[in-house]
Structure formats: structure tokens, C-alpha cells
Design a protein around this ligand. Structure first.
Ligand code: MSP
Length: 650
């Protein structure tokens, strides 16, 4: 048998600074769908994900929690691994940067590049963004003097440090990007990177002495290695960089680093420089996918709109979530997650289109043919057209999954599902069943439907692995599902005659929207939690008219914020636009207080704000919250308190 072609795919390794949200799950689900497709297409896939555990941010979090950093990360990393298991992520390894195998790799890489003369000791003075673990120069900051990525304040730092001579590789990296149009995708991100390099690459500070949660510099232990230098090299560790040359030879260079758009720079500039210094070939592709936003807004803890994938899995199951993320969002662009849209997709695409096709087909096979698959003979025009559509869909699937066109592929498969449903109406098997002379015609129709479902079950598998296998089993197919390959669906007729189909089992129950609306009145977490549902929560006392329940009140998140900037909204006499600091995050609010305050009276005040109000536009200006104020007659005063920024108000 010919040797399988290797395919090495990675996700970023995630910071265990908090639980993962649906945006992280999105990234890993994309990678999983691609890995599963590649396995189906006959590749020898190595799929890597993991955790990025060092750095000041994690050290601080552990200190806040009163535990050692490793105790802190152990716990969170276990929750990552559990989430990936629940989402059926098929990674072949999980790298933790705290593992001994990785520490050895990072130190060896440092040694090699140092010996080559591309790492030197110097003094670092600059600006550091702790949440992003990124160093910046003055001219790179945003218009408010904050981190250009996350827009939070940066800290000045000055210390002895080791530097990596990135400047030496600037021209080579630029040349590589220009000569390899597929290296950075989508193309818009490629252009951004080219412009970035053209502004000049500074040497990169790759060690710190101001904290110790990191991998020590091998010859100078008071330094720890910069977390991005440590993190990027994770891609080399599990494929045998130090200990298994044959494996390393097989999988390196990586075929695809799938990353979020904000970390393309690290992967397409810094990482190539490190690899060039090591004389290693560069990865074949860095793909920067867009961000998942929630109901039109970026997810953040302080906005209270972080969606927990575990709760969604409890409620809707892993496949529905995977389907939604991959169907709804175009890979390169930002996409919106909304619960309403998710429920709509489950009901229309999964319960209705796919569920009904399977249910009707199995039921009719059981009813009209005692569940036995009968070999087809001859074909009608409508049969021929269904088969032509099937062949076209399989070809489209193979070609477009190669191109990472996940959403387009799903839409095409669903168009075929709709086609097969229409075929039932066109052929009306129930009418054929009434006429004994049409027995073979009926058998042909049933065969074509079952065979269509066989193809569909394989094509949905990269997106919905559990569902693919469930359909396969209900069809009564005897070939072990785990062994199925793309070639098995490239020719029509793989369903063997004589097998028995199984009893139809519901794939996706319809979500009753009315019930949903009722439960939406209840607080968020219990609504999402399955346990709560199963145990039937005690009936809540309804609030009397004009009253709200404690749960209602609890939904409002109030916080002490500092007014940083204030200005009148042009062409209005009541509205003032304020920029406030929530404690590490800036927001803009439009407030109707301009007749009561001058802008300068508000700047510097600590005031109380509702932080989880749905954003709205007032006179075309976005307002992301509301200030509390007391009024009596003409008099109005904002609620101002002598408490630190970020304090919660209960
Ligand atoms: N630890 C670094 C990566 C090092 S890779 C050598 C890191 N970690 S992260 O946990 O902050 O982010 C991991 C990935 O999750 C990034 O690719 C990021 O883009 C992605 N996402 C985080 N929030 C996201 C959304 N809301 N939507 C989509 N992806 C998002 O960066």
C-alpha cells in the first residue's frame, strides 16, 4: 500500500488564564473539521492543540488565587481537555508548555540560536502589555497610547535582557512572503504583514527578569524566556524535534497553522525568523481566521456576554454547536454567534432537513420492504438527475474542503439534502407501494434514498462526527465507520443489497421556541444548564405586578468606572459622549447629562455604570452602557462613589 501523505495541522495553544469561551471552541472546531476531512481523504494527519502556560499574566492569576502557578494551570488545563473531549476534538497530542519535553526543546533552541550569534544580551527599555504578553514601541501604540491589539494600558519596563536578532531576517522573511502567495491567508492579512515588515523589524526582547514563571535561559537562570518564544516552539516539540528525527522529518514543515487574526503577526513574522535562525523550513500555511462576536459585540467578561461552550453542549449537544459555528461563519471574516440563530439552524437544517430525510427514508424502507435493501434495476430520469447531483456534491465536497471552504461545503451538502427530500415528493413512494407492478420501481427509489444518505453521513462527519456515525449505523451499513474513506463515496452504489436498516432514531429534537421564550425569562446559567432542566428547578415565586424578582435584579451588572474623556455630542444639547475605564477596559457611553454637567466636571470622577446593557446608538454614536444618576425636578447628579475603578455595586 502506498505510504500515506503526512498532514500536520495545529491550533494556537491557549492561555489557561480563564475558562475557554465559544470563540476558542470555534478555532479548535475549524481545525478539527479540517483534520477529520484530511483523514477521510487518506492523509496521515497529526493534529496538535495545547496550552500556553507561562508568563506574567498566569503568575499573577495564580497569586490572586493563592496557589502555585502549576496548580493553577493544572486545573484550568484539565477543563480545556475536558471541553475538547466533549466537543469530539480529535487531536493527536496535547502539548503543555510546562511539560519537561517542551522545556528541553525551548532551552535547546535558545542554545542553538545563541551559539550562532543571533541571540545577544542587552538592555530592554520599552512598553509591555501584560494581557497580550507583547512588547511595543511608542510609535506602535494606539491613539490613546495603549496596546494596539487589546487597547489596554501598557507598562514601561527597563531591564537587562536577551535579544533575538530579528532584524537580520527581515529581508528574507519579506522575500519569502512575497514569493509564497499561499503562505499567509486570507490575502488581506498577508498585505498587513508585508506592510508591517516594511516598517522595519526591531530585534526582539526574548527574556525577562522581573518574574520567574517561565522557562529559564539555560546559561543565565535569573532570566526566563519570553512567553511567545516559548509558545511558538511548541509546534516542534510533539513531532520529535529533539528525540525522533524520523517523525520530525515526516511532519515538519507544518502544513497549516490555524490561528486567530490577531496572532498572525507572531506566526508569520516572529516564528519564521526563529525557524530561519534554526535553519528549518517554514510552515506551508498560516491561516488567520476571523473572530466570533456575540450578538454583534466582542465577548468579554466585563460585558457579561461570554458564552460558555460547556453550557451550550449541555443544552444542544456538541454536533449542533459545531454545525452552527462552521456553517454560519466564513472562515476569514468575523462572525456572529446568537442563540436565536443557533436554534433556528437546529430546527430548520438539522431537525427538519436532515432529520426528516433520514426518518422518512428509514420508515418507508421498514414499512414497504420490511427494512431490507433491495438491489436497484434500471433508472428513471429523476433517478438519473439525483445521482448526477450526488456525484457533483461529492466532488464539490472533496475540492472545497481542500480549500478550507467549510461553510460553502456545508451549504452544498444541505442543498443535496434538500434535493433528496424533493426526490421523495417527486417519486411518491407511498403511491408506488400501492401498486404491486411497481415493486422494483419502489425498490429503486428506496435504494437511491439510502445511498444518498450513505454519502451524506460521510460528508457531514468532519462537521458533526457523532451524527455522521449515527446515520451510518441507522442505515445498517456493515463497513466499520472508522475505516470509511473519501474514495468509498466517490462511486455510487456502495450500499450493499440485502442488509437491514435500523429503526429510525431522532437525530436532533426540535427546540420549541415558545418554551425557549419562557425559559429566557429565567436567569442565564440555569437556562443553559441541562442538570437544572433534568432536576426540574423548584418553581419560582412569580413577582407581583410592578415588582421584580431577585433574579431580575441580579441580571443588572453595576460597576464603578472612571470617566477618562467627556465631550458634547455635536448637534445635540442633551447628549454627552464619555470614555470610561472599567478597570483594564475602555468603553464609550452616550449619556443625557449635558444640561447638568460641563465635560471637564466629569473627567476623573468615579461613577456607577450599568455594564451589561445591550449597546445602542444614540444620534449615530454607539453607547455601550449607562451611567446611574439621581434626579429631582430640574436637578440631576450622577452617582459618584469613592471606591476604586472596577468595584462591583450590589
Ligand atoms: N497563547 C496564545 C497563542 C500562542 S500560539 C503559539 C494565545 N492564546 S489565547 O488563548 O489568547 O487565544 C487562542 C486563540 O483563540 C487565538 O487564535 C485567538 O484568536 C482565539 N480566540 C480568542 N477569542 C476568540 C473569538 N472571540 N473568536 C475566535 N477566536 C478567538 O493567543
Amino acid at each position: 500500500m502506498a505510504e500515506k501523505k503526512p498532514f500536520y495541522i495545529t491550533t494556537p495553544i491557549y492561555y489557561p488564564s480563564a475558562k475557554l469561551h465559544i470563540g476558542h471552541a470555534y478555532c479548535t472546531t475549524i481545525a478539527d473539521a479540517i483534520a477529520r476531512f484530511k483523514r477521510l481523504a487518506g492523509y496521515d494527519v497529526f493534529f496538535l492543540t495545547g496550552s500556553d502556560e507561562h508568563g506574567l499574566k498566569i503568575q499573577q492569576k495564580a497569586e490572586e488565587a493563592g496557589v502555585k502557578p502549576i496548580e493553577y494551570t493544572d486545573k484550568i488545563v484539565a477543563s480545556f481537555q475536558n471541553l475538547w473531549k466533549r466537543l469530539n476534538i480529535s487531536n493527536d497530542d496535547f502539548i503543555r508548555t510546562t511539560q519537561e519535553r517542551h522545556v528541553k526543546v525551548v532551552q535547546e533552541i535558545f542554545r542553538r540560536i545563541y551559539a550562532k550569534g543571533d541571540i545577544y544580551k542587552g538592555k530592554y527599555t520599552g512598553l509591555y502589555c501584560t494581557p497580550c504578553e507583547s512588547y511595543w514601541t511608542e510609535h506602535q501604540l494606539d491613539e490613546n497610547g495603549c496596546c494596539p491589539d487589546c487597547h489596554r494600558p501598557v507598562q514601561p519596563v527597563s531591564e537587562e535582557a536577551y535579544f533575538f536578532k530579528m532584524s537580520k531576517y527581515q529581508d528574507r522573511v519579506l522575500q519569502y512572503i512575497e514569493e509564497h502567495p499561499d503562505f499567509i491567508q486570507p490575502v488581506s492579512r498577508r498585505n498587513e504583514m508585508i506592510n508591517f515588515i516594511k516598517q522595519g523589524l526591531d530585534d526582539l526582547c526574548i527574556s525577562r527578569t522581573s518574574f520567574n514563571w517561565g522557562i529559564p535561559v539555560p546559561t543565565d537562570e535569573k532570566h526566563v524566556i519570553y512567553v511567545w518564544f516559548d509558545a511558538l516552539t511548541n509546534y516542534l516539540t510533539p513531532i520529535g524535534f529533539l528525540d525522533d528525527p524520523e517523525k520530525f522529518q515526516k511532519y515538519w514543515p507544518a502544513d497549516l497553522h490555524l490561528v486567530g487574526k490577531e496572532i498572525v503577526r507572531f506566526h508569520s513574522i516572529i516564528w519564521p525568523c526563529i525557524l530561519m535562525a534554526l535553519d528549518l523550513p517554514l510552515p506551508k500555511k498560516v491561516y488567520g481566521h476571523g473572530w466570533l462576536i456575540v450578538d454583534g459585540d466582542k465577548m468579554s467578561k466585563s460585558k457579561g456576554n461570554v458564552v460558555d461552550p460547556n453550557l451550550l453542549i449541555d443544552e444542544f449537544g456538541p454536533d449542533a454547536i459545531r454545525y452552527f459555528l462552521l456553517r454560519e461563519i466564513n472562515l476569514g471574516q468575523d462572525g456572529n454567534f446568537s442563540r436565536d440563530a443557533l436554534i433556528q439552524r437546529i430546527n430548520s437544517d438539522l431537525a427538519n432537513d436532515l432529520g426528516n430525510l433520514l426518518h422518512r427514508t428509514l420508515n418507508m424502507t421498514l414499512k414497504f420492504q420490511d427494512g431490507v435493501v433491495i438491489a436497484p434495476q434500471g433508472e428513471s430520469d429523476v433517478d438519473r438527475s439525483l445521482k448526477a447531483d450526488a456525484a457533483e456534491t461529492v466532488t464539490f465536497f472533496a475540492e472545497n474542503m481542500e480549500k478550507m471552504e467549510l461553510s460553502r461545503t456545508i451549504k452544498k451538502v444541505w442543498a443535496f439534502i434538500a434535493r433528496a427530500n424533493k426526490y421523495i415528493d417527486e417519486t411518491a413512494p407511498w403511491a408506488l407501494a400501492k401498486d404491486p407492478a411497481k415493486k422494483q420501481e419502489l425498490a429503486n427509489v428506496m435504494y437511491n434514498l439510502l445511498e444518498s444518505l450513505r454519502l451524506i453521513s460521510v460528508m457531514v462527519t468532519p462537521f458533526m462526527p457523532v451524527t455522521g456515525e449515527r446515520i451510518w449505523k441507522q442505515l445498517g451499513l456493515t463497513q466499520p465507520f472508522a475505516e470509511v474513506q473519501l474514495t468509498d463515496i466517490e462511486t455510487w452504489g456502495g450500499t450493499p443489497a440485502g442488509i437491514h436498516v435500523g429503526q429510525p432514531e431522532q437525530l436532533f429534537p426540535r427546540i420549541e421556541v415558545e418554551k425557549e421564550e419562557q425559559s429566557a425569562q429565567q436567569p442565564k446559567a440555569p437556562k443553559q444548564g441541562k442538570k437544572e432542566k433534568a432536576e426540574k428547578p423548584a418553581k419560582k415565586e412569580a413577582a407581583a405586578p410592578g415588582q421584580i424578582t431577585f433574579e431580575d435584579f441580579n441580571k443588572i451588572q453595576l460597576r464603578v468606572v472612571k470617566v477618562l474623556e467627556a465631550e458634547l455630542v455635536p448637534k445635540t444639547d442633551k447628549l454627552m459622549k464619555l470614555t470610561v475605564d472599567l478597570g483594564g477596559e475602555k468603553r464609550q457611553i452616550v449619556s443625557g447629562i449635558a444640561q447638568h454637567y460641563k465635560p471637564e466636571e466629569l473627567i476623573g470622577k468615579n461613577v456607577v455604570m450599568v455594564i451589561n446593557l445591550k449597546p445602542a446608538k444614540l444620534r449615530g454614536v454607539v453607547s455601550q452602557g449607562m451611567l446611574l444618576a439621581a434626579s429631582s425636578g430640574e436637578d440631576l447628579k450622577v452617582l459618584s462613589v469613592d471606591m476604586p475603578v472596577g468595584s462591583e455595586v450590589h
